[in-house]
Ligand binder design. Structure first.
Ligand SMILES: [Zn+2]
Ligand SMILES: [Zn+2]
Length: 454
């Protein structure tokens, strides 16, 4: 696994071409420490833990608290609006002053350089849920949250992506090259300077606006890789793990509508409905409306027609699942074709209680006693074509009656209306038969009066 700041190649040296990478070796007393990426562990575990310890002896002053909250949002936005939506996905374009602001605040979030972060993130989108996904949730919630950073992973496993556009962006290149200094200044020195020069709270500025604030930003952003692939709805696609949840959105400045985001990654929005909490989108939008000096432009959105298609397909999938759980009777394609004479003979000679309706033969023997219209009427239809009787000749049966009738199917009448033809057509195309389920074939819009029984 590459290290979090700007010296990724250094740790990759472990992986000589023929040796087994330490991450693939069983853990022993002699190699456990090699399995840990100590630089990342220091930045995302040890320093934050030490910061939490320091809070016991560091009084929190009100201006420092307010500054910490403000700088929290600035640095979180550096990740969500900058690292993620601007550089990883190119969802919009930004003017130089704003790009500098994002590169600075993003560095203050202590999550690696833009180049490193975006390369990982593009791999995450391209190979979601596979071993090539650097923070695949399939390897466990904890791994996707923080494990992928604190452990040394085999660099050969991670998927590679094209970042040539980032390599031709001077801000990205400069920030990557000087990431160590950028981190030090933006994450710790700058917030300390503001609090120190502003109201004399140097130490509090470092502890709260520096270390603790960065810890909160890190944990919030990590939730996009873990929680947003774990809890919530999947309104656009359920083949992979990304999910939409307001809780994740609240924690991550709107990045919680992750199912939408994975389906439409180049859309500058994550929450597309007006009431969905997506302050990153609101800020990008507002910055594009600044008179004379808009800081953002070319905001990309997918056509709502495409978005609604995805939503509808997902709803259809859910309906299909429910439909398949119900008994709709034997599929017509599986029923035997029976001659009219055979049908008659079974009723008159063998005493079977068969009724033909719309070309389908139904066995009503277990239903005669329960027939709401009485035994006499249903018995009078046995051995006959009762299409017209059933469809209004005697009584216009309800939709529920057609549904119940379908569960009594036992055969298809040879030459019986269109059904035999359908049966042949559908024998190889099961989907078409399913489509017909919602409209029962026994339902005849204009009762075939002439068909009343031989
Ligand atoms: Zn994701
Ligand atoms: Zn993304």
């Amino acid at each position: 696994m590459e290290s979090l700041p700007s010296f990724p190649e250094a740790t990759a040296v472990n992986a000589t071409s023929k040796s087994i990478h330490v991450s693939q070796q069983p853990i022993t007393l002699h190699n456990w420490y090699k399995k840990i990426n100590w630089l990342n562990t220091t930045l995302v575990v040890l320093i934050p833990t030490f910061g939490l310890y320091l809070t016991h002896s560091t009084p929190l002053k009100r201006p420092t608290l307010l500054w910490s909250i403000l700088y929290y949002f600035c640095t979180a936005f550096g990740i969500t609006g900058g690292y993620h939506r601007l550089w990883s996905h190119r969802c919009y374009s930004a003017r130089l002053p704003f790009r500098l602001f994002l590169a600075f605040t993003g560095a203050g979030a202590i999550q690696g350089s833009i180049r490193w972060w975006s390369a990982n993130h593009r791999a995450h989108h391209r190979w979601t849920d596979t071993m090539k996904d650097p923070y695949s949730v399939m390897r466990g919630l904890l791994f996707s949250h923080i494990g992928w950073m604190v452990l040394n992973n085999d660099p050969k496993v991670k998927g590679r992506t094209d970042i040539s556009d980032l390599d031709s962006d001077p801000i990205v290149v400069w920030q990557h090259k000087h990431y160590g200094k950028c981190l030090l200044f933006a994450a710790w020195v700058f917030p300390m300077l503001v609090a120190g020069l502003g109201w004399g709270d140097w130490w509090g500025g470092l502890v709260y606006a520096g270390i603790i604030r960065a810890c909160f930003v890190q944990q919030a952003t990590f939730c996009v890789n873990s929680l947003a692939h774990w809890i919530g709805e999947q309104p656009f696609d359920d083949r992979r793990s990304p999910r939409d949840h307001v809780l994740t959105a609240l924690v991550t400045m709107g990045e919680g509508y992750h199912n939408f985001h994975h389906e439409f990654p180049s859309d500058y929005r994550n929450g597309i409905i007006w009431y969905q909490y997506d302050p990153t989108k609101w800020l990008i939008f507002l910055l594009s409306k600044i008179p004379l000096l808009p800081q953002t432009y070319s905001l990309k959105t997918f056509r709502s027609n495409e978005i609604e298609k995805g939503r509808l397909q997902q709803q259809q999938k859910a309906l299909d699942k429910k439909r398949l759980a119900l008994d709709w009777g034997a599929p017509l394609a599986q029923l035997p074709v029976i001659d009219w004479d055979d049908f008659r003979a079974r009723c008159t000679e063998e005493g079977a209680a068969l009724v033909a309706i719309a070309g389908i033969i139904h066995d009503v023997s277990t239903f005669v006693a329960e027939h709401p219209g009485g035994k006499t009427l249903i018995k009078s239809a046995i051995g006959k074509d009762a299409t017209a009787l059933f469809n209004g000749g005697v009584y216009e049966h309800s939709n529920a009656a057609h549904n119940l009738l379908s569960t009594m199917r036992v055969g298809v009448l040879r030459g019986g209306q269109e059904v035999e033809v359908w049966k042949k057509q559908w024998a190889s195309t099961e989907g078409q038969e399913k489509a017909k389920v919602l409209k029962q074939v026994t339902r005849v819009e204009k009762p075939a009066v002439a068909a009343v029984a031989a």
